[in-house]
Design a protein around this ligand. Structure first.
Ligand code: SF4
Ligand code: FES
Length: 363
């Protein structure tokens, strides 16, 4: 099936969603997602951050869709034409959704362990307003202890359901879920049971905000001060891929997480399965001697410590990104720095250098 998204046409298999097609194109054409998670069955359709405009339904029925649609839940049709970052309506809707998600979300990034790799922080950076129109007190919840390893900050939860799907699909015993309704809805264990089984730590990795964080890492460091390193070990748990990311400072391992891909989702492991890790690897193996270190991580685009954010994001002859369509909205996607600035040396591409730019790289 042929689908055109932001003027870029690709062919995808029948049954592909608009979001997955946009991810195949890559870059910022792919809408942001706060609840969809490609590795979790049934996820998506909750947050509305992935809204897109369909201005041609299909070759057979070219009528546009009357409203913006959730791209994570809408399948492509042959000849469909979609606008994501090139649509005023979509950009406006994303602003609205971001404002809505932030109504009750506390602005405690300075003390939140998720800061620097929080998807809501990224979303508000790209689409948020500098001020709030909300006049009322934010919704708050009584703190609940959900066990020895995982800290729940319900005030930060955006009700994406990812952690519930994770517990449902990865563990034999799901102890938590969403209780109550409307603005009383909350993640809870109901009778304050502990989340305790060998795979439950993965809820930390799927949580897009700081609602579920690692107690063993809590308040110990900021992610941008730590150095991510890929490592593996022979884990005896047959479900665990044993491939992880160590967040180190000096010789000390501060945190162990699963490896993430460019969409901020747990990446595919070398055995072809999703790279979920067990709680023993995550919470107990905090010595470098527990692991075989592979080398520094190439960090995904969501992290503040990522390098090469814009690498390869300039359109090519075969996949042009039409500047007329996107300029004024996301010029960073399309501009070649050498054509608009003479600040750095023309033979040096800042997006491709190893490590941070140095004064020698400029004129
Ligand atoms: S705790 Fe995190 S993963 Fe679970 S529903 Fe809330 S935001 Fe989503
Ligand atoms: S990512 Fe599509 S609705 Fe949340």
């Amino acid at each position: 099936m042929k689908v055109t998204i932001d003027n870029i046409t690709i062919e995808v298999a029948p049954g592909t969603t608009i979001l997955e097609a946009a991810r195949q194109i890559g870059g910022e054409v792919a809408p942001p997602t706060m609840c969809y998670y490609s590795k979790l069955k049934g996820s998506g359709g909750k947050c509305r951050t992935c809204l897109v405009e369909v201005n041609k339904g299909s070759e057979k029925d070219p009528r546009p869709m009357p409203k913006l649609v959730a791209s994570c839940r809408t399948g492509v049709m042959d000849g469909m034409e979609v606008k994501s970052m090139t649509s005023e309506k979509v950009i406006d809707a994303r602003k609205g959704v971001t404002e809505f998600l932030l109504l009750n979300h506390p602005l405690d990034c300075p003390v939140c362990d998720q800061a620097g790799e929080c998807h809501l922080q990224d979303l508000s950076y790209e689409n948020g307003a500098a001020t709030t129109r909300y006049e009322y007190d934010r919704r708050t919840f009584e703190p609940e202890d959900i066990g020895p390893h995982i800290q729940l900050h319900m005030n930060r939860c955006i009700m994406c359901f990812r952690c519930v799907f994770t517990a449902d699909q990865l563990t034999e015993t799901r102890e938590h879920g969403i209780l109550d309704r409307g603005d009383h809805a909350k993640i809870s264990t109901c009778i304050s049971k502990a989340l305790d089984n060998d795979f439950i730590g993965n809820v930390i990795d799927v949580c897009p905000v700081g609602a579920l964080t690692d107690k063993t890492f809590r308040f110990k460091n900021r992610v941008w001060f730590t150095k991510p390193v890929d490592a593996h070990r022979n884990c005896s748990n047959p479900k665990c891929c044993g491939e992880a990311r160590l967040w180190m400072r000096g010789e000390e391992v501060y945190r162990v997480t699963a490896r993430k891909d460019e969409w901020g989702e747990v990446a595919t492991a070398s055995n072809g399965q999703t790279g979920w890790i067990c709680d023993e690897c995550r919470f107990e193996k905090k010595q470098t001697s527990d692991w075989t270190i592979e080398g520094p991580t190439k960090v995904n685009r969501h992290s503040v410590i990522a390098q090469g954010h814009y690498q390869g994001k300039v359109g090519t002859a075969t996949q042009p990104i039409l500047i007329d369509e996107v300029i004024g909205k996301r010029p960073k996607l399309t501009l070649d720095i050498h054509k608009v600035s003479e600040v750095n040396k023309p033979e040096i591409h800042l997006s491709e250098i190893e490590g941070p730019a140095h004064s020698d790289d400029f004129k």
